[in-house]
Ligand binder design. Structure first.
Ligand code: IPM
Ligand code: MG
Length: 353
């Protein structure tokens, strides 16, 4: 294949982990005879500082011209503590999602046996947990009509049938490729938008007779995720619920630094770690590059390059087994490796494989 990749490194630890993702992708492409070219583009706080816009038109064009976007993270504390800021780095992320039509956000929650002891949950509960949360990403309260004055404010959880159908279709199809179990998460006992979701899902069920579909209120799902995370296989939900549940999912695995994600839809797909920009760690060479590197695995898998994806996953697993780990997941007394060293070890493993 001939891959054209837009690289949006963003803020904080973004550039450091981005470099590891790019190096891993280059190494895999060299090994399998793919051509790959990377084009950097600015976004987030870096882009606000440079041009006053967190997702500038040039960056959008670079994304549109690419086969895939390798995204890292955006965010900067100087905006978090300023409620009067007119423009924020996160708006760049939302603009990217909307303009690229990235309605489906795929967030796997996968545990690594060697890290289970890091989970806040008991080992016997979390062992074997392996599910995918499919979050609707371009609708709902994030993008519905908003209003705010001094005395009142609202956000509208607006969804149309086609928006619901297309994301549920992604859910049913993922379930088909996995254990044929789909959980539709909503709040149909209270919200009209959820009742439409549930109605549409029930109508679609007959087209997927091989998928066992169940329905769960979001409060119950949040509870079930910590009581019995192994219950889930594929869950599908709306934007806001998905935002919250995927943070919960990421921490039950033991390290947020390990989970990648894919956002797909109408235009160029985006692959990114689910953790944020961790500004406090910027430049310290301590951020875990594995979520970014696993995003590269998801990128290959998206393009049906299964062996390439499998090699990246094998290299990551081997680095963990060899205790080549960044400080937050290193075993007691184990050697400390930095972002660069973990990335370099994985590149080396790929070259030798
Ligand atoms: C996420 C993040 C974003 C979201 C923020 C940074 C706007 O929390 O990707 O989950 O709320 O979607
Ligand atoms: Mg979030």
């Amino acid at each position: 294949m001939d891959f054209k990749i837009a690289v949006l490194a963003g803020d904080g630890i973004g550039p450091e982990i981005s470099k590891q993702g790019v190096d891993v992708m280059s190494a895999v492409c060299a090994k399998f005879g793919h051509k790959v070219t990377f084009k950097d583009a600015i976004c987030g706080a870096a882009a606000i500082d440079a041009v006053g816009d967190p997702f500038p038109e040039d960056t959008f064009q670079t994304c549109m011209d690419a086969d895939a976007v390798l995204f890292s993270a955006v965010g900067d504390p100087k905006f978090d503590n300023d409620p009067t800021a007119k423009v924020r780095p996160e708006q760049g992320l939302l603009a990217m999602r909307k303009k690229l039509g990235l309605f489906a956000n795929i967030r796997p929650v996968e545990t690594f046996d060697c890290l289970i002891h890091k989970s806040p949950l008991r080992e016997d509960l979390v062992k074997g947990a392996d599910f995918i949360c499919i979050r609707e990403l371009t609708g709902g309260m994030y993008f519905g009509e908003k209003y705010q004055d001094n005395d009142k404010a609202y956000d509208t959880n607006y969804y149309t049938r086609p928006e619901i159908e297309r994301i549920l279709k992604v859910g049913f199809e993922y379930a088909r490729r996995r254990s044929h179990h789909l959980t539709v998460v909503d709040k149909a006992n209270v919200l009209a938008s959820s009742r439409l979701w549930r109605k549409v899902a029930q109508e679609m069920e007959s087209s997927y007779p091989d998928v066992r579909t169940d329905y769960m209120y979001v409060d119950n799902a949040a509870m079930r995720m910590i009581q019995e995370p192994t219950f889930f296989d594929v869950m599908v939900t709306e934007n806001t619920f998905g935002d919250i549940l995927t943070d919960e999912g990421s921490c039950i695995t033991g390290s947020m630094g390990l989970l990648p994600s894919a956002s797909t839809g109408e235009h160029t797909p985006v692959f990114e770690p689910i953790h944020g920009s961790w500004p406090q760690a910027k430049g310290l060479n301590i951020a875990n590059p594995l979520a970014q590197i696993l995003s590269v695995a998801m990128l290959f898998e998206y393009f049906d390059c299964k062996e390439e994806g499998a090699l990246v996953r094998k290299a990551v697993k081997s680095s963990l087994d060899a205790n080549v780990r960044t400080p937050e997941i290193q075993v007691e007394g184990g050697a400390k490796y930095g972002t660069k060293e973990v990335g370099a070890w994985i590149v080396d493993y790929i070259k030798k494989a």
